[in-house]
Design a protein around this ligand. Structure first.
Ligand code: UDX
Length: 424
């Protein structure tokens, strides 16, 4: 199949590259020429495990990137993978979706006998695909919905494991208003093994928000239980292990700690809350999920302060800046409120992250960035572990170099005995 992917960000790039690796002819369109040049030179603009190998295999063969919309009317599918950043009130900003739909529509104005499906992969509020997207594409193309089909096909890709998740999906959700459009999207994935679920378009849009909100709820729930456990001197990880063995619950996303960050959970739960409020609902459970997540990282600095009395002018090591391991992404990282609190307390912050330091420098240029964990830990009076980097589990003697061995762990990753977990 010929596929146009609009947006060369994390979702568009991974999806486009993987679809090319499955044998499709893929063009990724992005307005940022530096990104386009990198893709065309087989250099991934973001770090994602396995992506470099795919670019090496496909660029110059059946994957190309361009700043211009070209030959869209000759392609079978266009996938909209542009960002939907949060507005001040938490609702999703759909400006990029609208302009992508307008540009696809302009292209589809060109004469072609080919049936084309416009599929939205971006996370969008229910009603967007059948509303803004469909109306704009049909208006700009002058075609009717017999020549152009519409679908909403959410992604469930975890950063760091996105290629793996794309190639081995639990499920492929295809929302479409008619069978013809849904079948084209199913055909696009025919080489993959995941279960295919056909739904209505708005249900597919809602499945994405609900999946992320449910996973975020599991984490905040675990954190609340963790806080209760800590007050009762019970190990929350033992508790959640026992709880997760129930098949109805599952052992995943029950890890209590510093809370969730990243580009999806905080944004999507906030968008769902704002969607509900627009409809005069009061989603108290979802609001609590966000509230727990907001206060959770600050519990770490509170514990540290209670152990050290004051943090003023004390060297504090922060291990981990990325929102999770295997990425340099710091969006909504739990280390951000922690660093903010440490700065307010006038602590001397020494941070280490295997990948994300350069990104954090843009937000907090004033703190110290270390090249190794040891450099951050040496003579430190306290340490906060913010990211589940597997290499932190190997740290041992490094902690003996601290001036006082007060280690507050937010990710349940350390193997040494002297640590104190935020949640137990
Ligand atoms: C998430 C979804 O998993 C994915 O399906 C969706 O498409 C995008 O959002 P991602 O944000 O990449 O993926 O990361 P994920 O692995 O889900 O972790 C999100 C955050 O939750 C991280 O900060 C992580 O540290 C935290 N987390 C995860 C916990 O605090 N506890 C857990 O048990 C699991």
């Amino acid at each position: 199949m010929k596929i146009t992917v609009v947006g060369g960000g994390y979702v568009g790039l991974v999806s486009g590259a993987c679809l090319a690796d499955l044998g499709h002819d893929v063009t990724i369109i992005d307005t940022v020429s530096a990104k386009v040049d990198m893709i065309n030179s087989k250099k991934p603009p973001i770090y994602e495990k396995g992506l470099l190998d795919i670019l090496k295999r496909t660029v110059g063969k059946n994957l190309t990137a361009s700043t211009k919309y070209e030959n869209v009317s000759e392609s079978d599918v266009s996938l909209i993978c542009v960002g939907t950043p949060p507005k001040k009130d938490g609702s999703a900003n759909l400006d990029y979706i609208k302009s992508a739909a307008a540009s696809i529509g302009e292209e589809l104005k060109k004469k072609s006998e080919k049936y084309h499906v416009v599929a939205v992969k971006s996370t969008v509020p229910p009603g967007t695909t059948e509303g803004i997207v469909k109306t704009t594409v049909l208006e700009y193309s002058g075609r009717n919905d017999e020549d152009v089909g519409f679908s909403m096909n959410p992604e469930f890709l975890r950063e760091g494991l996105a290629v793996e998740d794309f190639m081995h999906p639990d499920r492929i959700v295809i929302g479409s208003s008619d069978k013809r459009a849904g079948d084209v999207i199913e055909q696009m994935y025919e080489k993959l093994n995941g279960d295919v679920l056909h739904t209505g378009i708005t249900a597919a849009e809602m499945i994405k928000y609900t999946s992320n909100a449910f996973l975020a709820t599991k984490i905040s729930f675990s954190n609340e239980i963790g806080n209760i456990c800590k007050s009762l001197s019970i190990d929350v990880y033992e508790v959640m292990k026992g709880v997760g063995m129930d098949h109805r619950i599952s052992p995943y996303f029950l890890n209590a700690g510093a809370g969730f960050g990243g580009s999806c959970f905080p944004k999507d739960v906030s968008a769902l809350v704002s969607l509900a409020e627009e409809k005069d609902q009061n989603p108290i459970l979802l609001k609590s999920v966000l509230d727990v997540n907001k206060t959770q990282p600050l519990k770490m600095t509170e514990i540290l302060k209670s152990r050290l009395c004051s943090l003023k002018n004390k060297k504090i090591a922060v291990l981990g800046l990325a929102f999770k391991d295997n990425t340099d992404d710091i969006r909504d990282s739990r280390s951000i409120p922690v660093i903010e609190a440490l700065i307010l307390e006038e602590a001397d912050v020494f941070a280490f992250d295997p990948m994300a330091s350069d990104n954090m420098k843009n937000i907090y240029p004033e703190i110290n960035y270390c090249k190794t964990a040891l450099e951050a830990l040496k003579d430190a009076e306290g340490c906060l572990v913010m990211t589940e980097w597997p290499e932190f589990s190997k740290l041992n003697d490094e902690f003996n170099q601290m001036k006082s061995k007060i280690i507050i762990e937010g990710r349940h990753i350390l193997t040494i005995d002297e640590k104190e977990g935020i949640c137990w």
